[in-house]
Design a protein around this ligand. Structure first.
Ligand code: FAD
Length: 474
């Protein structure tokens, strides 16, 4: 019997899925062991949780111990000469860059929000807007401490136990708890990026611009107006950016200071940003979002087209943190996201089908973001040599089943095209579609490692149960 006072409602970031769980928030490795011991005594699974920024059911599970690692958030060692940092798993991306920027170092891979933890990011092997050039976060990790559910600590590197290394990173917390990570950060000589904005009248040109920019610009990201139809289908804006070189920023000492990176508290200098989501709420419906998407495209393809400017690293990187609590515009039903990765040759056809399917069902995505990816060698890698399209959808009462069925419809051509799916964003993908993207025995290898590290199958999550099915359960 687990203590009832630990029972909490635990949600995915999108607020559309959740479950009650018994939450432990240890601050030490012994505390983690105690949580596993309690779960073993009660014979329930354990699900690991960082900041809970995965959109769906990755960090929750009904009838389980939820091991929240957010309190293990100390920087353990920092070498400003080499840019190597050792952190506990609950250190957030926000903590990381704020700690190191003054010494001229920036995380090589960051997500669109600075809230996720390092442990959660390694478990999902996150990518940034520079996936083509820098790969996934796991490629910048030098060493990990992994604690098995049995309480055994192991230190691994890419060279020491390569099979486990390639599997532990990116297998969404199914093989052990990351209790320490050593990361190599990236040298920067300015706190500013040089940014260029370009508009594109249709999907073919968005894809072409993003592809052409990937070698010359470190960061490349496309935004798509998912409401546009016919010959305008897939129209959008592309933003590219590069770090300023040494000597290019005359005020580098200033721009590298954390306070010059802080996102402003007001919009247009007057409107408190904390209020913004309330102002956006009345527009968070199909006509409102159609209008917002159109206005963004029109502005970006006229006055904004070809604009070049310098922008602080944090403002460019963490655009999604600009409006605090913006996800609340989606209450009460919340939102889901679907992000598929499609090989280059098939991208235009498959992504067009996804946009059209959503429009046909009268469920166009409210926010659509395109990125260029490169493959990596991790066992459950989500990346391919191709493009990803991340699509946000509101979850509206009475239309949930239809939305889940849309996700299936959008996912089927991805499988046929040899693509992959990104589980960090997922809530609704049918497990058999996810599994059918792994065609070279990856899930069997994961199963063998699971048997070695977690023979009791203590570590589970709703996402792993759904997506891995037999792979995790055997
Ligand atoms: C607004 C927004 C923008 C985003 N942008 C991006 C983006 O640009 N690129 C991208 O790749 N992702 C992006 N994401 C997704 C997000 O980065 C990932 O879901 C990330 O895993 C969240 O980290 P977290 O600390 O919140 O982990 P959680 O969501 O709490 O957990 C994620 C997974 O990690 C496991 N886990 C957590 N801690 C540990 C640990 N210590 N050891 C082992 N396993 C652990 C959990 O069991 C779970 O499976 C975005 C999310 C949001 C909300």
């Amino acid at each position: 019997m687990l203590p009832p006072d630990r029972l909490e409602w635990v949600e995915g970031w999108g607020m559309a899925v959740g479950a009650a769980g018994y939450v432990w928030r240890p601050s030490t490795i012994d505390g983690i062991r105690q949580a596993f011991a309690a779960a073993r005594t009660a014979d329930v699974p354990v699900v690991l949780r960082g900041a809970g920024c995965s959109y769906g059911d990755a960090a929750l599970r009904p009838e389980s111990v939820v091991l929240d690692l957010g309190r293990m958030n100390r920087v353990l060692a920092w070498d400003p000469a080499s840019g190597v940092i050792d952190v506990e798993p609950g250190v957030r991306i926000r903590d990381l860059w704020r700690y190191t920027l003054g010494d001229g170092w920036w995380p090589p891979v960051v997500t669109g929000t600075m809230e996720p933890t390092v442990g959660g990011c390694l478990a999902m092997n996150v990518h940034g807007k520079n996936n083509w050039q820098r790969g996934v976060l796991g490629e910048h990790c030098l060493e990990l401490d992994l604690l098995s559910p049995g309480g055994e600590p192991t230190t691994i590197t890419a060279g020491s136990d390569r099979e486990l290394w390639l599997a532990a990173i990116g297998s969404f917390g199914q093989l052990g708890v990351v209790t320490r990570a050593r990361l190599q950060l990236k040298r920067v000589s300015s706190g500013l990026l040089h940014v260029r904005a370009i508009s594109a009248p249709d999907l073919e040109s968005v894809l072409r611009l993003v592809d052409e920019a990937k070698e010359r610009w470190e960061y490349v990201v496309g935004w798509i107006d998912a409401f546009a139809r016919g010959r305008r289908l897939g129209r959008g804006l592309v933003h590219v950016a590069r770090h300023l070189e040494l000597g290019e920023d005359p005020a580098a000492a200033q721009t590298l200071r954390v306070d010059s990176q802080d996102l402003p508290d007001t919009m247009l200098g007057v409107l408190p940003k904390a209020m913004m989501w309330r102002l956006l709420k009345p527009f968070t419906n199909r006509p409102g979002m159609r209008w917002i998407n159109r206005a963004k495209y029109v502005a970006g393809s006229t006055v904004g087209d070809g604009a070049e400017y310098c922008q602080p690293l944090a403002a460019f990187s963490f655009l999604l943190d600009y409006v605090p609590n913006w996800r609340r515009v989606y209450q009460p039903g919340g939102l889901i996201q679907h992000q598929s990765m499609v090989p280059v040759a098939e991208a235009e056809r498959v992504l067009a089908r996804q946009l059209e399917a959503a429009q046909r069902r009268r469920m166009p995505s409210f926010l659509a973001v395109l990125k260029r990816h490169r493959p990596d060698g991790f066992l459950l890698s989500h990346a391919v040599d191709g493009f990803s399209l991340a699509l946000d959808f509101p979850v509206v009462a009475g239309h949930r089943d239809e939305l889940w069925s849309l996700v299936r419809e959008m996912a089927e051509p991805v499988v046929e095209a040899g693509g992959r799916f990104y589980p960090a964003k997922d809530s609704a993908l049918p497990g058999e579609l996810y599994r059918s993207t792994f065609r070279s025995g990856e899930l069997d290898r994961l199963q063998r490692l699971k048997q070695r590290l977690d023979p009791e199958r203590r570590l589970r999550s709703a996402l792993a149960d759904r997506l891995l099915g037999g792979g995790a359960e055997a």
